[in-house]
Design a protein around this ligand. Structure first.
Ligand code: 13P
Ligand code: SF4
Length: 330
């Protein structure tokens, strides 16, 4: 087998790529030529984070997608994120390096079942976590992310009845912090559900000075142990601003690339999962590679399309979230 066939078979990309090409240079050239912007989530591969124009959490990425003047948005993240960008910027071409980069949390809430669930609570407002399909957003009153979920719930009158979905862990955390009685959809993220309390306890014994930083998609047993709970941007900022030098990170380990870059003198230890795997990577996020990013910019596909009637409905709750966030300086 020659090297080209090998590259193809390894699933790096669906098309032959000349192995002598410097993909960083090629991507830079294509970006300028096509007036494209690359938005990347912190869970992406280090190479993708390094070539991106903007790296952020779900809120930051939505804010960036709403205001970009680029003609093409390459969304280095997962499907629901690219859909959100398309809903906010429907006249732009939105590309996702791997069309199969989905999300277990979004998949845990099929829209037809959520519709029936919602019908049981006619006097409730629906807040959906951004990690859901465009169809679900179209059924919602306000969208939220992990960095503004508490503020969004608190922006509503105290007696307002609320359905929160699809993440039960984030929902339970928000209910606890706000004292509100939220009706929760029973969904979860496959990455954040599998952190092991026992293994983290042992890790803390070995690193008694280390602070545990956790994403609110983690289960309550993990959150109870945490020194700080927040979105990926929150976790990064906490580690940067905190004088301590050692941190255990209970979220997808892709974030550690930026944490380490911003804090070369500090130590970041990924929290271990409760299975026999060596890492806790999100298999969806990690479908994107530098090779696929290059090809997607070159060929302008896979392109994300959202039906016009869904965009019309889904944009309302997303813009509500952005307005509340802007008002609160988030
Ligand atoms: P944030 O980007 O809000 O931190 O959420 C993490 C996540 O799970 C994205 O899929
Ligand atoms: Fe979805 Fe979890 Fe992966 Fe985020 S980390 S994209 S919530 S499966």
């Amino acid at each position: 087998m020659d090297i080209f066939e090998e590259i193809k078979l390894k699933g790096y990309a669906e098309e032959y790529i000349d192995p002598t090409l410097d993909l960083f240079d090629e991507i830079e050239k294509l970006k300028k030529e096509k007036n494209a912007v690359i938005l990347a989530h912190y869970y992406q591969d280090p190479d993708i984070q390094d070539i991106a124009d903007y790296i952020g959490d779900s809120l930051g990425l939505s804010q960036e997608a709403a205001k970009t003047s680029a003609d093409i948005i390459v969304f280095a993240g997962v499907h629901f994120m690219a859909e959100t960008a398309k809903i906010l910027s429907p006249t732009k071409k939105v590309l996702l390096p791997d069309a199969k980069a989905g999300c277990s949390l979004a998949d845990s809430c099929p829209p037809h079942l959520f519709k029936k669930f919602k019908e049981q609570y006619p006097d409730h407002l629906v807040i959906t976590y951004v990690n859901c399909t465009a169809e679900l957003k179209a059924m919602s009153d306000i969208v939220c992310t992990s960095s503004n979920a508490i503020a969004i719930v608190e922006s509503l009158p105290i007696d307002q009845k609320i359905i929160f979905g699809p993440d039960k862990n984030l929902g339970a955390y928000v209910a606890k912090k706000t004292g509100r009685d939220l009706v929760l959809w029973n969904g979860a993220c496959m990455v954040h559900e599998i952190f092991s309390r026992e293994k983290i306890t042992k890790l803390k014994e070995r690193h008694p000075g280390a602070k545990l930083l956790a994403h609110p998609e983690c289960e309550d047993v993990i959150l109870q142990m945490a020194d700080y709970i927040g979105s990926t941007t929150g976790i990064l900022k906490y580690a940067t601003n905190h004088p301590d030098k050692e941190f255990i990170v209970a979220t997808e380990p892709g974030i550690i690339h930026q944490m380490q870059k911003d804090n070369p003198d500090k130590v970041f230890i990924p929290a271990p999962p409760n299975n026999n795997c060596a890492c806790n990577d999100c298999p969806h996020m990690k479908r994107n590679t530098l090779e696929k990013l290059y090809l997607c910019l070159k060929n302008e596909r896979p392109e994300i399309d959202v039906p016009a009637d869904i965009i019309e409905k889904a944009v309302i709750p997303i813009e509500r979230m952005l307005e509340i966030s802007a008002r609160l300086g988030l």
